[in-house]
Design a protein around this ligand. Structure first.
Ligand code: NDP
Length: 285
C-alpha cells in the first residue's frame, strides 16, 4: 500500500519558512510585494485570486490587487503592466489566466519584466529553464519537484514518464526532471501505447485533465505517482488523472487529489515572490 504524499503538510512547512524570510526582508526595508491582475469576472479565476491574496496576507507579503473590468483594452492592460514593472514595491507580477478573447495573452505575458515573472511563463524564463539555469520556475511543476525532494526521491538515472505536454505543467516538469538527471519520456494525446510507457516509469507525473485515465494496473510496483490533474466528477467530488485506489495498491508513494499537488502551487508562487524580493535587495546593496 502506497504512502500518501501530504501536499498540505509540505506546503504548510514551506509557508512557515516563507513567512520567516518575508519578515526578515520586511525588517530590512524590502517587504516582498506581489501584484495580482484579474481581468473580467471568471468565477474560478476570482477564487484563485482570492486564495492568492489570503496566502500573501498569511505570509507577510504585500499584495496589490488590480481587478479590471472585462472590457479593459489590451493597451490599458499593457500600460498597467509597464507601471508595475517600474514599481519598486512590486517584486512579482501575476496576470490571472485565461484573459478575455480580445486580449493577446502572449503579448501580455511577454510584457511582464522577466525579473518579476513569478509565474515563470515569459519566454526568457522558459529559455532559462531549458538551458538549466532557471530564474523563475513555473509554480505547479516547481511544487512537484519540491515534493519529490521532500520525500527523498533522487531522480538521477530514474525513468520518469510525464503524461501531458502543456506549457504550464508537462513540458516544464519534464525539463526540471531532466535537470535532475532523470531519463524523461513526455507523453501526450498522440502517444502510442501509453500503458507501456507508464508501466516502465519509476516516477509517473500525470497532468492531463481526464478523470482517472491512468489506470492503476499500469503502474509499476514501487513507482512514485504524482497526480497533477484536478477533475470535477458530479457536483462536489474532485479526482485526479490517476485511478487512485488501484494505483495506491501498486505505488510506493502517491499524491492524493485534493491535498497533493494543489496546495503546492500557490506556495511556490509565494516562494518565487520572496526570492525576487531577495534579489532586489541584493541588487540594491
Ligand atoms: P492541458 O489541457 O493544457 O494539457 C493536457 C495535456 O494532456 C495535453 O498535452 C494533451 O495532449 C494531453 N492529453 C490529453 N488527452 C490525453 C490522452 N488520452 N493521453 C495522453 N495525453 C493526453 O492541461 P494542463 O497541463 O493545464 O492541466 C492538466 C491537469 O492538471 C488539469 O486537470 C488541470 O486542472 C490540472 N492542473 C492542476 C494544477 C494544480 O495546481 N494542482 C495547476 C495546473 C493544472 P496534446 O498536447 O496532444 O493535446
Amino acid at each position: 500500500m502506497a504512502t500518501l504524499i501530504d501536499g498540505k503538510a509540505i506546503a504548510a512547512k514551506l509557508r512557515n519558512e516563507i513567512a520567516e524570510d518575508s519578515a526578515a526582508l520586511t525588517a530590512q526595508g524590502f517587504q516582498p510585494g506581489l501584484a495580482v491582475v484579474l481581468v473580467g469576472e471568471d468565477p474560478a479565476s476570482r477564487v484563485y485570486v482570492s486564495m492568492k491574496e489570503k496566502a500573501c496576507a498569511a505570509t507577510g507579503i504585500f499584495s496589490a490587487e488590480h481587478k479590471l473590468p472585462v472590457e479593459t483594452t489590451e493597451a490599458e492592460l499593457l500600460a498597467l503592466i509597464d507601471q508595475l514593472n517600474n514599481d519598486p514595491r512590486i517584486h512579482g507580477i501575476l496576470v490571472q489566466l485565461p484573459l478575455p478573447g480580445h486580449i493577446d495573452t502572449d503579448k501580455v505575458l511577454e510584457a511582464i519584466s522577466p525579473l518579476k515573472d513569478v509565474d515563470g511563463f515569459h519566454p526568457y524564463n522558459v529559455g532559462r529553464l531549458v538551458v538549466g539555469k532557471p530564474l523563475f520556475q513555473p509554480c505547479t511543476p516547481y511544487g512537484v519537484m519540491v515534493m519529490l525532494k521532500e520525500i527523498g526521491v533522487n531522480l538521477a538515472g530514474k525513468e520518469v514518464v510525464v503524461v501531458g505536454r502543456s506549457n504550464i505543467v508537462g513540458k516544464p516538469v519534464a525539463f526540471m526532471c531532466l535537470q535532475e538527471h532523470a531519463t524523461v519520456t513526455l507523453c501526450h494525446s498522440r502517444t502510442r501505447d501509453l500503458a507501456a510507457h507508464v508501466g516502465r516509469a519509476d516516477v509517473v507525473i500525470a497532468a492531463v485533465g481526464k478523470a482517472e485515465m491512468i489506470r492503476g494496473e499500469w503502474i509499476k510496483p514501487g513507482a512514485v505517482v504524482i497526480d497533477v490533474g484536478v477533475n470535477r466528477v458530479g457536483e462536489k467530488k474532485l479526482v485526479g488523472d490517476v485511478e487512485f485506489a488501484a494505483a495506491s495498491e501498486r505505488a510506493s508513494a502517491i499524491t492524493p487529489v485534493p491535498g497533493g499537488v494543489g496546495p503546492m502551487t500557490i506556495t511556490m508562487l509565494l516562494a518565487n515572490t520572496v526570492a525576487s524580493a531577495k534579489r532586489a535587495k541584493d541588487k540594491a546593496q
